[in-house]
Design a protein around this ligand. Structure first.
Ligand code: HEC
Ligand code: HEC
Ligand code: HEC
Ligand code: HEC
Ligand code: HEC
Ligand code: HEC
Ligand code: HEC
Length: 334
């Protein structure tokens, strides 16, 4: 009787497993946005107000300045693209919500810069959390000038990752900020510390040379973020840039099925897309730099197929045993 019981239990477990396996998690939840509060009238008002600034601060404005007395060489580097701004995180805001009093008139007030709102005025909780990580960063301890949020973020351009979604776009935006400085003598020199021995500015380490061990370095930078290797290996990304001794150099951190990229860079993609855009590249297999980097969709399908076949086998086996037992019991009693 006990053996019969066990067989039935095993059979039930089998069915439960198959049900579980066929249960596909639902698609990502839709996100509520503040932009839902925007009415067409309100948007019209914002656009009209911002056009007053764009009259000068745009390509158009530089070409056809609304006034004759403008210093065009000063204005040219201050041009913004209305389309880019309108599509950014802050695209629904009036310029003057961040640029206070001194900018509504021209010439701008001499102390207008002081009236630019800092991020924490509107994002207090975020800044509080991020500032702790920035204070622990190499940039806080080594760099001469203090980094502010806008050293790496352009409030007129940036879009959050959950809106960009496409990993290439996320990578392009995030790496641009690091490369603008680490790939430019001019920018780097502004922040570079003094060299201890020579008391001259520390020279910018050549970004390609440093990463020579990484094949197709520039290809990597189009596909993966600097912060994937230069922040602590936690589940979500931190703002703490660690020193180079602690930087990631294990190929398998990314080139494996359980890549950290799935919880960080690819987390905004739906599951199917992760599989399509994630690691399935024959390039890595062909050049066989990376042992174990075998993540081929057909291989995955084969493994899933083998698993299903095994379950089916168990099922048939269980059924057969139950039938055999019933037949045997009938024989014994009859
Ligand atoms: C009539 C043309 C004109 C208009 C309109 C204008 N600006 Fe300017 N702005 C300039 C010029 C030229 C400069 C270059 C530096 C200077 O002369 O102050 C400048 C500089 C700036 C700067 C940089 C200041 C600095 O110290 O680095 C900011 C920020 C700025 N403008 C914001 C705005 C905003 C916001 C508006 C709209 C509310 C606006 N501007 C409207 C012409 C204009
Ligand atoms: C969310 C806040 C915010 C909004 C909205 C905003 N700005 Fe700015 N802007 C800043 C900050 C912060 C800086 C200073 C960046 C820095 O530290 O150099 C700045 C700098 C500038 C500068 C000078 C430096 C540069 O990169 O050109 C100009 C010009 C400017 N803003 C124009 C505009 C215009 C025009 C608008 C509206 C279309 C606008 N801003 C909307 C926050 C904002
Ligand atoms: C005057 C207020 C104000 C200032 C100053 C400001 N922001 Fe924002 N920010 C907003 C508003 C409003 C939104 C839109 C919120 C939304 O759509 O949920 C926003 C959205 C964002 C978002 C995307 C939405 C999110 O939930 O994270 C980011 C990232 C962001 N801001 C970063 C910055 C940074 C970095 C600075 C400083 C350079 C800054 N902001 C300064 C008001 C501000
Ligand atoms: C050293 C450069 C650097 C500085 C300084 C910096 N950030 Fe960032 N920040 C990044 C990078 C790179 C990312 C993208 C990686 C990530 O998602 O964490 C990011 C991501 C973010 C995000 C998430 C955006 C998204 O796509 O979801 C927010 C919000 C943010 N930063 C706000 C801030 C604020 C506020 C400050 C100032 C207290 C700040 N950052 C300072 C580099 C910087
Ligand atoms: C695949 C991982 C990886 C990526 C992606 C990566 N790095 Fe690195 N990086 C490293 C490692 C590992 C080191 C340490 C190298 C050494 O000490 O030989 C390093 C070193 C550095 C250094 C130290 C230079 C010095 O010698 O003082 C800088 C600066 C740097 N990286 C910046 C960047 C920037 C900017 C990006 C993005 C464009 C980036 N890294 C992308 C892994 C990476
Ligand atoms: C405005 C300029 C600037 C920006 C933006 C910037 N850095 Fe740096 N970074 C520096 C300077 C200056 C140093 C100090 C160099 C030194 O001490 O040798 C440095 C140092 C580093 C180091 C070297 C640490 C070590 O151990 O030697 C790494 C790694 C690094 N940065 C990565 C990044 C990453 C990743 C980003 C983007 C999220 C970034 N940086 C953005 C200027 C910048
Ligand atoms: C931080 C994550 C990360 C690390 C660490 C990393 N890679 Fe990559 N690698 C990527 C991504 C993302 C791609 C782009 C894959 C794609 O486009 O399908 C890539 C692409 C490649 C490619 C193909 C380049 C091409 O021409 O298309 C090779 C080869 C490669 N990596 C080798 C390595 C080796 C060897 C190491 C260790 C020394 C390494 N990677 C470390 C993320 C990483």
């Amino acid at each position: 009787m006990r053996a019969f019981h066990n067989t039935v239990l095993r059979f039930a477990a089998c069915i439960a497993m198959m049900l579980l396996a066929s249960f596909v998690p639902a698609a990502a939840l839709a996100q509520e946005k503040t932009s839902a509060l925007m009415t067409p009238e309100l948007l019209e008002k914002v656009r009209r107000a911002n056009n007053e600034c764009f009259a000068c601060h745009s390509e158009e404005g530089v070409k056809k300045p609304p006034r004759a007395d403008l210093d065009i060489t000063k204005l040219r580097p201050l041009a913004h693209d209305p389309k880019v701004f309108n599509g950014s995180n802050h695209g629904l805001m009036e310029c003057t919500q961040c640029h206070g009093q001194g900018y509504t008139e021209f010439p701008h007030a001499a102390d207008a810069r002081e009236s630019i709102s800092a991020c924490e005025e509107c994002h207090a909780a975020k800044v509080l959390r991020i500032e702790k990580q920035l204070d622990a960063s190499v940039h806080a301890t080594r760099v001469k000038d203090k980094f502010t949020c806008s050293t790496c973020h352009d409030p007129h351009v940036d879009l959050i990752a959950s809106t960009l979604i496409d990993p290439r776009k996320i990578v392009a935006q995030d790496n641009q900020h690091c490369l603008d400085c680490h790939d430019s003598e001019l920018e780097f020199a502004k922040f570079a510390p003094d060299d201890e021995q020579t008391s001259t500015k520390k020279k910018r380490p050549d970004i390609d040379k440093i990463h020579e061990w990484l094949p197709n370095t520039r290809v990597h930078w189009q596909a993966v973020r600097c912060v994937e290797c230069h922040t602590p290996a936690t589940k979500t990304l931190s703002h703490e840039i660690v020193n180079k001794e602690k930087a990631e150099r294990q190929c398998l951190t990314c080139h494996s099925a359980s890549s950290s990229l799935t919880t960080r860079l690819y987390r905004h993609l739906a599951k199917e897309e992760q599989e399509r855009l994630g690691f399935a590249n024959s390039v890595i297999l062909a050049s066989s730099y990376v042992l174990g980097a075998t993540r081929h969709p057909w291989l995955d399908r084969l493994i899933v197929g083998a698993f299903a076949a095994m379950l089916l086998g168990l099922l048939i086996h269980g059924l057969a045993r139950i039938v055999a037992r019933i037949v045997r019991r009938k024989k014994n009693h009859g």
